[in-house]
Design a binder for this molecule. Structure first.
Ligand code: GTQ
Ligand code: FE2
Length: 374
C-alpha cells in the first residue's frame, strides 16, 4: 500500500514518519477493510476547497459546427436526447461540466420530438436559438424563445420538440445529474404513452404566475418547485434595466438578480439556482470567491472574466465555469452596450447545508494579476 512520507505538515509540525513496521501495519489494516486516518488526513480534510474541476470556456464558434453535425448523425427518438455535453477534463468519470453539475447543448430540427421521461435529477434550459421549439413539463406546455430560462424540476415528466414550421433550435441544458448520482439517489422512467398528450394552453404557467407582484387569488399550488416554469427574456431584461436605473450594483457582479419561485421567494428548484446579471458599459467588477459551482452562459454582449488569474474572453453564447473558491471577476469590453450573463449554480445545496462562504479579494484594488489567457 502506497503511503507518503508526511514528516512535516504545512505548519511545520512533526508528522508520522514512514517505516517498515508502519508499512506492514498498514497492509494488515487493509486486509480488514480499514486504514489509518493519518495517511489520508491531508487529502480528506483540506484547509479550503480544492476543486477537481478546471475553469473552462466552451466557445460557441468552436462548438456550433459539431453540434449541428449531430443533426445528421442521430435522431432524438433513437438518442433519447440529441445532446453534446460539456466535459471538464478531470470530471470525465462523473460526466460533469463543473463540480457536480452537468451541462450540454441540445439541438432539434423542425418536426422532431423527443419522448417524455422523468428522473430524480433536476434540469433547466437556457434557449440559444431557433423558432417553434416547445417543452412539456408535467403537462405544462411552454414555448422556447431565445434567452428564455425554463425549469424541469426533479421527477417532472418532460418532452421537447420543434413545430413543423419552426427552425433548428438549440438550447443549453443544465442538470444536477452528477450530484444526484454522487448521492446515489437517481431514478429514471420513460412515459408509458411516449408523449404526455397535454392540451393545456401554451405558456399557461407564465400567464398564471409570471406577472410581477401578482398571484392568482385562489391559487393552490402544492409542489415543492416553482409554479412559474418559464422566465421569458423580455421580462428578465426589463427587470435588469429597471434595477440598473436605481442600483449601484454589486461590486463583484454588477446588476445581478436571481430567478425565484414566486410563491416562496426561494430558488425555483431544490438543488439548482439561476441568476441573470448585467455588466454595464465599461464595467469591470472586483474579484471575489465563494463556495458553490457556477456555469455561465453569455446571454448578450462581449467581455472577459479573470478566473484564478487566467483571462477568458467571451462573447454571446459562450459558456464558461467557475469552480468553488476560485477568485473571479468580470468585465464588459464595450463602452456603449451592456453585457448580460445567465448562470446556474448549486447554491441551493450550499445554502441548505450551511456551506456557503464568500470572500472579497483584498489586494491590488480588488483585481487579480493576469497570469495567462485561455
Ligand atoms: O432534455 O431531458 O442534456 O434528461 C441531459 C439529460 C437533457 C432532457 C440533457 C436529460 C435531458
Ligand atoms: Fe430529461
Amino acid at each position: 500500500m502506497a503511503t507518503k512520507d508526511q514528516s512535516d505538515d504545512q505548519l511545520g509540525r512533526a508528522r508520522v514518519r514512514d517505516n517498515a513496521e508502519l508499512q506492514a501495519y498498514y497492509e494488515e489494516l487493509a486486509k480488514h477493510d480499514t486504514a489509518a486516518l493519518w495517511t489520508v488526513a491531508n487529502d480528506i480534510e483540506p484547509w479550503h476547497p480544492t476543486p477537481a474541476s478546471d475553469a473552462i470556456i466552451w466557445r460557441h464558434k468552436d462548438l456550433r459546427p459539431h453540434i449541428l453535425a449531430a443533426l445528421d448523425l442521430v435522431s432524438p427518438e433513437a438518442a433519447g436526447r440529441r445532446v453534446i455535453y460539456l466535459r471538464n477534463p478531470k470530471r470525465h468519470e462523473v460526466s460533469a461540466a463543473c463540480g457536480w453539475l452537468f451541462s450540454g447543448i441540445q439541438v432539434m430540427r423542425p418536426g422532431e420530438s423527443a419522448p417524455a421521461h422523468n428522473h430524480a435529477a433536476s434540469a433547466l434550459r437556457f434557449i440559444m436559438e431557433g423558432a417553434g421549439a416547445y417543452t412539456v413539463v408535467d403537462g405544462h406546455r411552454l414555448s422556447l424563445g431565445a434567452r428564455d430560462f425554463v425549469i424541469t424540476p426533479n421527477g417532472a415528466w418532460h418532452e421537447h420538440g420543434v413545430a413543423e414550421d419552426g427552425a433548428v433550435s438549440m438550447w443549453q441544458d443544465g442538470l444536477d445529474i452528477p450530484l444526484t448520482n454522487a448521492l446515489e439517489a437517481n431514478f429514471y422512467e420513460v412515459h408509458p404513452d411516449d408523449y404526455q398528450n397535454s392540451n393545456t394552453p401554451m405558456d399557461a404557467s407564465p400567464a398564471t404566475y409570471g406577472a410581477p407582484g401578482l398571484l392568482p387569488a385562489k391559487e393552490s399550488w402544492g409542489a415543492h418547485y416553482s409554479p412559474l416554469m418559464k422566465y421569458g427574456w423580455d421580462q428578465t431584461y426589463e427587470g435588469l434595466q429597471n434595477y440598473a436605473r436605481v442600483s449601484d450594483g454589486d461590486p463583484f457582479d454588477g446588476i445581478i438578480m436571481r430567478f425565484t419561485n414566486p410563491l416562496t421567494g426561494g430558488h425555483p428548484m431544490a438543488t439548482m439556482g439561476a441568476q441573470i446579471q448585467m455588466l454595464r458599459p465599461g464595467e469591470h467588477t472586483k474579484a471575489h470567491r465563494h463556495t458553490g459551482n457556477v456555469i455561465y452562459h453569455v446571454a448578450k454582449g462581449a467581455g472577459h472574466s479573470v478566473i484564478g488569474g487566467v483571462r477568458f474572453d467571451w462573447r454571446e453564447k459562450d459558456i464558461f465555469c467557475v469552480p468553488p473558491w476560485i477568485w473571479h471577476e468580470h468585465a464588459n469590453e464595450s463602452a456603449s452596450e451592456d453585457a448580460c450573463l445567465f448562470s446556474f449554480n448549486d447554491f441551493p445545496v450550499m445554502e441548505k447545508l450551511h456551506f456557503y462562504r464568500e470572500q472579497a479579494y483584498a489586494e491590488n484594488g480588488g483585481h487579480q494579476q493576469i497570469t495567462s489567457t485561455a
